[in-house]
Write a protein that binds this ligand. Structure first.
Ligand code: 6PG
Length: 244
């Protein structure tokens, strides 16, 4: 199941996405007593995370039942301006609703290959499984070039089918990344792309309606796969017909 949500002002994209996340959390906590969430990075989710820190959202559920992981990280120190962890801390996590022991960051300051192995083991240990862990919700962004998480066009990470987390040198970014792989993302009960702005309209159309070429547009690797796939967008990003 794949669903397109277009938040066109009532509610706003930020409130629509924040409500989507809190409703998914409330459902998971009611059904299984916990909510396992993987955050996306970049710029789009920052305002959504900040909304979740607002008092009215803090009152909506038992945030101590929420476990927060990161779908990818730039290989930089945790206080670096490029750090996804720093972005999430400043926008949301430092406001306190989620216990710090429930936040599982990728150690961007460490050796990428070793950290990918360590993080995969941390995830497996937390889920207590040797099989593929099943997150309740994985948030995803969509890059201008069709990447998602840190699965970039033309990289070996796109072909990974065994590992859950890998390190990848991204030539176009001239930097190392640690990222969830497509198998781990697709195993989640729910995957939600958070994409806004006219600049993403063409790429959303490409990924959803264009020819299947995941090596070019890696976001096409993400499928419902027995769970749910959601596209949370605003009116500017969501093409009803092929954008010009
Ligand atoms: C990252 C993200 C990446 C991001 C997209 C979209 O670490 O950069 O995980 O996948 O979501 O690049 O970024 P924007 O939301 O800033 O356009």
């Amino acid at each position: 199941m794949s669903r397109l949500w277009v938040f066109n002002g009532s509610p706003s994209f930020v409130d629509g996405a924040a409500a989507f996340i809190t409703e998914a959390a409330a459902k998971a906590i009611a059904e299984r007593g916990r909510f396992t969430l993987a955050l996306s990075g970049g710029g789009t989710p920052k305002s959504v995370y900040a909304r979740l820190a607002r008092e009215d959202y803090r009152q909506r559920l038992a945030w101590d039942r929420v476990q927060v992981f990161f779908g990818d990280e730039r290989c930089v120190p945790p206080d670096d301006p490029d750090s996804n962890y720093r972005m999430a801390r400043e926008a949301w996590l430092d406001q306190g609703p989620i216990p710090v022991t429930n936040v599982h960051r990728i150690r961007g300051e460490d050796d990428p290959a070793n950290e990918a192995l360590r993080y995969e083991q941390e995830i497996r240990a937390w889920f207590r499984t040797a099989a593929c862990p099943v997150f309740d919700l994985i948030l995803l962004g969509l890059g201008d070039n069709g990447h998602t998480a840190s699965l970039f066009p033309g990289t070996a990470s796109l072909r990974e089918r065994e590992r859950l987390v890998v390190a990848q040198y991204v030539e176009v970014m001239r930097s190392w990344r640690v990222t969830f792989t497509a198998p781990l993302i697709n195993a989640a009960r729910s995957k939600a792309f958070l994409v806004r702005g006219a600049g993403k309209a063409q790429m959303i159309w490409n990924v959803r309606e264009g020819p299947y070429q995941p090596d070019v547009w890696p976001a096409q690797l993400i499928e419902p796969a027995g769970g749910e796939l959601h596209w949370l967008t605003d009116a500017a990003a969501a093409p009803r017909t092929r954008p010009d």
